[in-house]
Design a protein around this ligand. Structure first.
Ligand code: GLV
Ligand code: MN
Ligand code: MN
Length: 415
């Protein structure tokens, strides 16, 4: 098989990851947020790579970059590979792009050898997985799965721009998102390669792993409203300070998750106090809550308990509370028949087969509605992710690519 010697695929991947990371909102901090000009530039670059790799490529109705490498005859159902090209703020280079770039490098390798398979290969660069801009997530893959929630179009970013407006500015028509949807019969499976984003593979001295399931998640937006007032004149006992209420809620969430002992994790990653002046009591505070657990039952119980605690804090402090669920995804199991083919490829590449769950969310959580799903994890240094220090060794990128290429070349449809 070509690409096996001299870490050829790994080197190609690192060059492309570096090129993509240069496309960012600012030079100092990598940020490629959904429907921004840099998001558009990244899409253009990925489109070019896809075409150079022998694929037909286009942007779909929500801004996903879609490449197709035909099989032995045109129009066959496809094995879909992919990941996302948006990032969090002050991101690492690898979360998302590794899956897209590796898939493109594998197709480029097949194309160089003139190899066609008895099925098509599609590579999708999903436009929004992180959900940084519009408080919902998996927007790209939900559109492909036909489960896009149209109400998100009216959601506004921190600058007051609605998703509808942002789509128009990007050159997309918000009334035609439905055109991105794919039918189950078009897909044989969805397979995503991604960095692990945790330390388990490193601890086990392994470059790659087979994912068992993607943990479910609930995201909420909370708003506490009290009464703004003069910082010098309103006595402490008469205040309805929304920020101290929010602070108490943040600590309660941490304490609840810290003492859970069963893998529950909770994060308040964004908070905004208004009006936001040194000498004004904060009258209104908005914050987000992200909760995840290994099982859906456990997560749902935790969400209910935490909501009760925040309600009690609001009551005691005479604050009004608005709490909305902005995102909810159940735990998604990876398909045993696909896991078996990934395990076979890992063994053939000379590595031990190691299974592990994903605590992070992935596009497979949406794709499960139209296809069986599996994932290959690649080791990342120190398990660090959503941070500029995120790093993958060239040899590990190469190992991941060789495994993926092997899965592709030996892929068998579900019986
Ligand atoms: C995506 O990276 C998520 O798990 O939040
Ligand atoms: Mn991420
Ligand atoms: Mn990711």
């Amino acid at each position: 098989m070509a690409g096996l010697e001299n870490l050829t695929l790994g080197k190609e991947i690192v060059v492309r990851i570096t090129d993509l990371a240069a496309i960012s909102e600012t030079k100092e901090h990598l940020a490629r947020i959904f429907l921004t000009p840099e998001h558009r530039s990244a899409a253009e670059l990925i489109l070019r790579w896809m075409r150079e790799a022998g694929m037909h490529a286009h942007l779909d109705a929500i801004g996903n970059v879609c490449g197709r490498y035909e099989g032995a005859t045109p129009g066959l159902p496809c094995l879909m590979l992919g990941s996302h090209y948006d990032t969090v703020r002050d991101a690492g280079k690898w979360d998302g792009p590794l899956g897209i770039v590796t898939a493109i490098c594998c197709v480029a390798d097949l194309n160089r050898r003139g190899k066609r398979l008895p099925f098509a290969i599609e590579v999708t660069g999903f436009a929004d997985e992180e959900g940084v801009r519009f408080a919902s997530t998996l927007l790209g893959s939900r559109a492909v799965a036909g489960t896009f929630d149209e109400s998100v179009l009216n959601g506004r970013d921190r600058d007051g721009i609605s998703m509808r407006e942002a789509m128009r500015d990007f050159g997309l028509d918000p009334d035609h998102i439905g055109a991105a949807a794919r039918a189950r019969r078009e897909l044989m499976a969805y397979l995503e390669l991604h960095i692990e984003q945790g330390p388990v593979l490193e601890a086990n001295n392994l470059p790659v792993g087979v994912v068992t399931a993607i943990a479910g998640a609930t995201r909420m937006a909370a708003r506490l409203t009290g009464m703004a007032g003069h910082a010098g004149t309103v006595p402490m006992a008469l205040r309805r300070d929304a920020l101290v209420g929010a602070a108490e809620a943040v600590c309660a969430i941490e304490e609840f998750c810290r003492t859970d002992g069963n893998g529950l994790v909770g994060t308040v990653g964004y908070i905004h106090a208004a009006p936001g002046a040194t000498n004004v009591i904060p009258g209104q505070v908005s914050f987000t809550i992200d909760l995840r657990a290994p099982t859906d039952t456990h997560r749902k119980r935790a969400v209910a308990d935490i909501v009760r605690q925040i309600e009690a804090i609001a009551r005691r402090r005479k604050l009004s509370l608005q709490l909305d669920v902005t995102h909810e995804n159940r735990t998604v199991p990876c398909a045993p028949w696909l896991k078996a083919q990934v395990a076979e490829a890992i063994l053939a590449e000379g590595f031990a087969v190691f299974e592990l769950p994903s605590g992070a969310g992935h596009d497979g959580m949406a794709m499960i509605d139209i296809a069986d799903v599996a994932m290959i994890f690649v080791r990342c240094r120190g398990g660090i992710s959503h941070h500029p220090d995120e790093h993958v060794e060239l040899a590990d990128a190469d190992a991941g690519a060789r495994v993926l290429l092997r899965v592709i070349e030996n892929f068998r449809a579900r019986e």
